[in-house]
Ligand binder design. Structure first.
Ligand SMILES: [Zn+2]
Length: 362
């Protein structure tokens, strides 16, 4: 029993350290961006309120439950006076997306471009500032995702390429809590075709639709500073396979980021779940059937970035080739909603709605 309590205590400590470090770093970045005029103040406030709400909500669905006053350290306490509505709503209203996804959108907004050479270094240097002490070392912040990806559509017929759309894997501790976040994304956040693809894959182990040709996706594992040697070694091994041949873009990106010490990225092939849901996407690196995915459909970074692509590019939505299934879309989504409600009840969360703050989503 005592060992169990000690483990709980350590988990809560990691949770609160991660929460404060995440909040403090996000606040610093957004405030200096607002001061420099890179982003307007209402938008900056909306981002901070959204991140604050999600982190406090995670405390409410954590086991043991962690209340806002236990989470926030001195440097973040002023937030309760400034945003009292967030402190109320974290007990009754669910967020729309994980905190890292908000941070990713915020970085894209601040840098003012969707080019990977601008977004990825900025994101990775932010992540470096979020690591938390663990004994003598620094370890990964639990709110930071392990995988990031980007996708775009290269319309060779029209000779045009869309901008990049970024996504991150779901960052959430605990199996039930992770299911809650995936269900929230499916029911309230993602483009309806992506939510449907996740539901169809769950129900039928099949893909709901096919994208038009030349939708491309690249994914990377995010390594911590302590893992940078290991990350560099992996990238070197991949580079060695190409010898004198031209190095593919996804490897150039990882090499550049790692060489310039912004952080550490290692290219990552899609998992079997993503390949099943989106079989005709051009994935970089290519799909390899070696790894067994033990996570849920919808957990991966690909869903978020593809959802953003569809929300922004109607020309792709109109070109999806959808398959037919015996169970209708509404029924599948309702089942997700039911599981969401049941899990919230199980964790004694008094669910009254989705957070109504003005958000910055596409
Ligand atoms: Zn996947």
């Amino acid at each position: 029993m005592q060992a169990f309590l000690a483990n709980d205590l350590q988990q809560v400590q990691i949770f609160t350290m991660s929460a404060n470090q995440f909040l403090q770093t996000a606040k610093n970045i957004i405030q200096s961006a607002a001061d420099e005029g890179a982003i307007d103040q209402p938008k900056a406030t909306a981002y901070i309120k959204e991140i604050l709400h999600i982190i406090l909500f995670y405390g409410q669905i954590n086991r043991p439950k962690v209340d806002p006053e236990e989470i926030l350290q001195e440097s973040n306490r002023e937030l309760s006076a400034r945003y009292p509505d967030v402190f109320e709503m974290c007990r009754t209203h669910i967020p729309r997306r994980p905190p890292f996804t908000v941070l990713l959108d915020m970085i894209v907004d601040i840098v003012g471009t969707r080019h990977e050479d601008n977004v990825l270094p900025r994101l990775l240097s932010t992540i470096n500032d979020m690591e938390v002490p663990n004994g003598d070392t620094l370890c990964r912040n639990i709110f930071v995702s392990t995988v990031i990806n980007l996708c775009y559509f290269n319309d060779e017929l029209m000779g045009s390429r869309t901008p990049n759309y970024f996504g991150a894997s779901v960052s959430c501790r605990g199996d039930r809590q992770r299911k809650i976040m995936i269900d929230i994304l499916c029911c309230y956040t993602w483009h309806s075709d992506i939510s449907w693809a996740v539901c169809v894959a769950n129900q039928y182990d099949q893909n709901a639709f096919r994208f038009p040709p030349r939708v491309r996706s690249m994914a990377f594992n995010i390594f911590t500073r302590g893992q940078s040697t290991q990350a560099n070694q992996r990238v070197e091994n991949l580079l060695a396979r190409f010898g004198d041949q031209q190095v593919p873009r996804f490897l150039q990106i990882a090499r550049d980021v790692n060489d310039r010490k912004f952080g550490s990225l290692v290219p990552r092939a899609p998992c079997e779940r993503c390949f099943e849901m989106f079989p005709n996407i051009q994935f970089y690196p290519f799909y390899q059937a070696a790894e067994h995915a033990h996570w849920e459909y919808g957990n991966c970074a690909e869903c978020e970035s593809l959802s953003q692509l569809l929300k922004s590019q109607d020309q792709i939505v109109t070109r999806l080739h959808r398959n037919q299934f015996p169970t209708g879309r509404d029924e599948l989504i309702n089942a997700k909603n039911t599981r969401l409600t049941q899990n919230l009840i199980w964790l004694e969360f008094s669910f009254m709605g989705v957070v109504p703050f003005e958000d910055n989503q596409l």
